[in-house]
Design a protein around this ligand. Structure first.
Ligand SMILES: Cc1cc2nc3c(=O)[nH]c(=O)nc-3n(C[C@H](O)[C@H](O)[C@H](O)COP(=O)(O)OP(=O)(O)OC[C@H]3O[C@@H](n4cnc5c(N)ncnc54)[C@H](O)[C@@H]3O)c2cc1C
Length: 440
């Protein structure tokens, strides 16, 4: 039996009404396979947190997989967990933790589905950590004719299929690498002088398991630096005390001053200028807690980020970070009036064909915009032109213009070949993919 919820679905930000004719909720994998095989333009929908039309299927059929029997299968010996594609990270992390395991990294919010996040190359922060898709060791998907295809790390097409931008089929489950559970602390510093951020960027990145810088590009300081660090089981918890990194990374000091930035005297919200209370953020001030309640900035059950907003993000090579910062600071007077906050994060290189961090250690330049889409879209070509010397790659789930962006993915031709093989009639393609992936 298939439930049908007819009517238009809207994305999380409310800036997009999808053009799908219907949203169908298969209750079994067989129903899902039949649907994929029979629908003219099927497309899986996650938690709808993307800001652009990557998840749209104009006139087609959206598949909401949340009515399928949930999958959660931990293999402690292999250190993997297999989960439903529609599982939200926030739903699986506590169960995983209760079993003594953790995911190596998480995004800024736990509200998003595993399949949707992986499909768009979603990431957290930390120079030693790859994007969330790199934790995938195998996945099962329904291809265009409803055939079940399982791919595992090492298979010829695997590295092409993980960041699939919804173009290859409907993923039904994914197996993720896990690590032993760990505790973390989160410390925020205020007012890092930009001169220090530019000079000491590498040391600041090395100061945390996960590091985020929040700025509006127009001030002389980076407003906030968020450091997330692993706490040794017996470590004391006040700022300045010794802590340990994961996997024998060794002790680290939480400094009393971070290159001129000072420890925050209370909890902070990244978009503090928007007047959003810090209550929807995860605990700070060095309070130890579980990994899943420190790695994301925002708590499940609360509105993440600001709510009324748009987002854009570009990945440039880590080595270009200072020059890219200067390029954006030169545009600070144009960016700041439209901005709620910008976040700077680092991501380790991976080998996934359409991952924005493919083949290069990256710095991600993120913009949380006011919900003024025409003005934001008018500014994006200027931003992209300023970043063009650094071969920026846009986040697949956020707003970008794209005209000035070279599709700098060495395996793009292989991805197109794979997509055409798995989906010969282009069932899963949409105008976004035609324009930005297939070059139509
Ligand atoms: C407040 C906020 C904070 C964010 N923070 C971060 C962050 O810290 N880091 C970051 O990198 N991004 C971040 N994002 C972006 C977000 O992670 C991506 O947009 C992600 O794709 C959202 O997942 P979703 O489940 O909502 O997917 P959707 O937006 O629903 O779908 C995205 C794509 O995945 C495909 N898809 C979904 N499910 C399946 C499936 N089962 N099989 C095949 N394809 C599927 C869809 O077809 C579509 O192409 C943030 C977004 C918001 C709104």
């Amino acid at each position: 039996m298939i439930e049908s919820a007819r009517g238009a679905a809207v994305n999380w930000a409310g800036n997009l009404t999808y053009g799908a004719r219907e949203v169908l909720r298969p209750r079994t994998l067989d129903e899902a396979a039949d649907l994929v095989a029979s629908a003219a333009k099927p497309k899986a929908l996650g938690s709808r947190h993307s800001f652009n039309t990557v998840a749209d299927t104009p006139g087609g059929t959206h598949l909401d997989l949340s009515a399928l029997a949930p999958v959660f299968s931990l293999d402690a010996a292999a250190r993997t967990v297999t989960v439903s594609a529609s599982a939200r990270y926030g739903d699986l992390v506590t169960r995983l933790d209760a079993s003594g395991f953790a995911l190596e990294n998480l995004a800024s919010l736990p509200h998003i589905t595993v399949a949707g996040s992986v499909a768009t190359g979603t990431h957290g922060s930390g120079e030693r950590h790859q994007g969330l898709a790199s934790a995938v060791s195998s996945l099962t998907l329904l291809t265009a004719d409803g055939t079940v295809l399982s791919l595992s790390r090492g298979d010829a097409d695997f590295a092409g299929a993980v960041v699939g931008v919804g173009a290859l089929g409907v993923v039904t489950s994914l197996t993720l690498d896990v690590v032993p559970t760990f505790s973390m602390r989160q410390d925020v510093y205020d007012n890092l002088p930009w001169t220090s951020a530019l000079t000491h960027f590498d040391e600041i990145q090395a100061a945390g398991y996960s590091v985020s810088l929040f700025t509006n590009w127009a001030r002389d300081v980076v407003d906030q630096v968020w450091l997330k660090n692993v706490v040794a089981p017996s470590a004391p918890s006040s700022p300045g005390d010794a802590i340990s990194g994961p996997s024998g990374a060794g002790p680290t000091e939480i400094p009393a001053s971070l290159f001129g930035a000072v420890p925050a005297d209370g909890p902070r919200h990244p978009a503090h200028t928007a007047g959003v209370p810090a209550g929807n953020t995860t605990p700070q001030l060095g309070e130890p807690g579980p990994w899943y309640d420190r790695l994301p900035h925002f708590r499940l059950g609360f509105t993440p980020s600001v709510g009324a907003e748009l987002q854009t993000e570009y990945f440039v090579p880590r080595s270009a970070a200072p020059a890219a910062f200067e390029a954006l600071r030169a545009l600070g007077h144009r960016i700041a009036p439209l901005l709620l906050v910008s976040e700077i994060r680092t991501i380790a290189a991976d080998d996934l064909w359409l991952s924005p961090a493919h083949g290069r250690d990256s710095v991600a330049l993120h913009f949380t915009w006011l919900p003024r889409q025409p003005e934001v879209e008018a500014l994006l070509p200027t931003l992209e032109a300023a970043l063009a010397p650094f071969a920026p790659r846009p986040h697949w789930g956020k707003l970008f213009h794209g005209e000035a962006l070279a599709l700098d993915y060495p395996r793009l031709a292989d991805f197109r070949t794979l997509a055409t093989r798995l989906d010969p009639t282009g069932k899963f393609r949409n105008p976004f993919l035609d324009r930005h992936v297939f070059g139509g």
